[in-house]
Design a protein around this ligand. Structure first.
Ligand code: HEC
Ligand SMILES: [Cu+2]
Length: 326
């Protein structure tokens, strides 16, 4: 089991109690147990306090307000919806953790180029159950990938590969290529080259084979997972990488100025067709050291990461990515 899956199982929020715009509700749950949190843009301090302690099974009551613009509070590696934290209002949340561990809370509103630095930790200690079990390492670590090496594709399709067209040849696919393991550990270019040397596909031209690759990639996802990937991408990635993956999001200029690097353009075939899902997973979980690319490991669950990756490939394989998830 992947580390992130483990954490998402651990995190059980026993009911998020929300009392929006009710400043004195804290008294109702007993003011002594309530922690007041102030949110500010990362440049002026982020979350205060930024470390919170809690005990397994004991509800943690938080009262939150913003000292500047609208922020939002969410717990990493969980599916719990984010709650808005507004200036001049108190938002109350009650969280109960049923496993010890370190949880990350973060802002989901794009309050500025350093927005993603708005992160804090909740240290949850157990009663007697000891420390959390270590999870298994993510795939990019198991495969020992050098995620900092360049990965340009040397073969580029002449037309946009299309999964529907590819589906018509799907019966010809070698069985070795249809597993999840194959998909996750191969770039589209590697898959194309594997198909090109397969004797049973010799009668197909290169464009047909790229269509088959698009079909393989699509068959490793579902419309639901793509829709979730799209939603998470819009929430967490689009401000830098652009709504349609072009690397031109609203903060791309600011990120360039801060780090000297531009957010990767996911519609570029050379970059994307040379990258396996495992490689993209590594980049996403770890982030680009010293560049503007945040680390998403503490935020996304394992499945959420694979869903975003599936969605990112649609910028290569779908003439009309805007339709995904509709
Ligand atoms: C604050 C801006 C910013 C945000 C937000 C951001 N990225 Fe990035 N991302 C970058 C930058 C800058 C790079 C280029 C890093 C480099 O050149 O090493 C990058 C690189 C990447 C790469 C590497 C691609 C490659 O082929 O090398 C992937 C994958 C990626 N981002 C995915 C994501 C995903 C998924 C999200 C959202 C969950 C996200 N990024 C959010 C700025 C951002
Ligand atoms: Cu924010």
């Amino acid at each position: 089991m992947k580390h992130s899956e483990l954490l998402s199982r651990i995190l059980i929020i026993a009911g998020v109690l929300l009392v929006l715009s009710v400043p004195f509700a804290a008294q109702a749950i007993g003011a002594q147990g309530v922690i007041e949190i102030h949110a500010r843009m990362a440049e002026t301090g982020g979350w205060t306090p930024s470390t919170i302690r809690a005990k397994v099974g004991v509800p943690l009551h938080l009262r939150m307000t913003s000292d500047d613009v609208m922020h939002s509070f969410a717990i990493g590696q969980s599916d719990t919806p984010a709650v808005d934290v507004l200036p001049g209002q108190m938002t109350e949340v009650s969280l109960t953790f049923d496993k010890p561990g370190t949880y990350i809370y973060y802002c989901t509103r794009w309050c500025g180029p350093n927005h993603w630095r708005m992160r804090g930790t909740i240290e949850v200690i157990g009663n007697d159950s000891g420390s959390p079990q270590p999870g298994t390492p993510p795939l990019y670590v198991t495969l020992n990938l050098d995620i900092d090496a360049g990965h340009p594709a040397s073969v580029i399709p002449v037309r946009i590969p299309n999964a529907q067209r590819g589906a018509t040849f799907s019966a010809l696919l070698p069985p070795t290529t249809t597993s999840t393991d194959y998909y996750r550990s191969h770039s589209p270019e590697q898959a194309f080259l594997d198909l090109r040397v397969d004797p049973s596909l010799a009668s197909l031209n290169n464009s047909d084979l790229w269509d088959l690759v698009a079909y393989l990639w699509q068959s490793n996802s579902t419309p639901q997972r793509l829709a979730e990937g799209k939603r998470l991408f819009a929430q967490n990635c689009a401000a830098c990488h652009g709504e349609t993956g072009g690397g031109n999001g609203v903060f791309s200029g600011a990120i360039k100025a801060l780090s000297g690097k531009t957010p990767v353009n996911f519609s570029n075939p050379s970059t994307m067709l040379g990258a396996s899902p495992a490689l993209l997973q590594g980049k996403i979980l770890r982030g680009g050291m010293g560049t503007g690319m945040p680390s998403w490991g503490p935020i996304l669950t394992d499945q959420q990461t694979w869903n975003i990756i599936s969605y990112i490939y649609t910028f290569q394989f779908n003439e009309n990515t805007a339709d995904v998830g509709k």
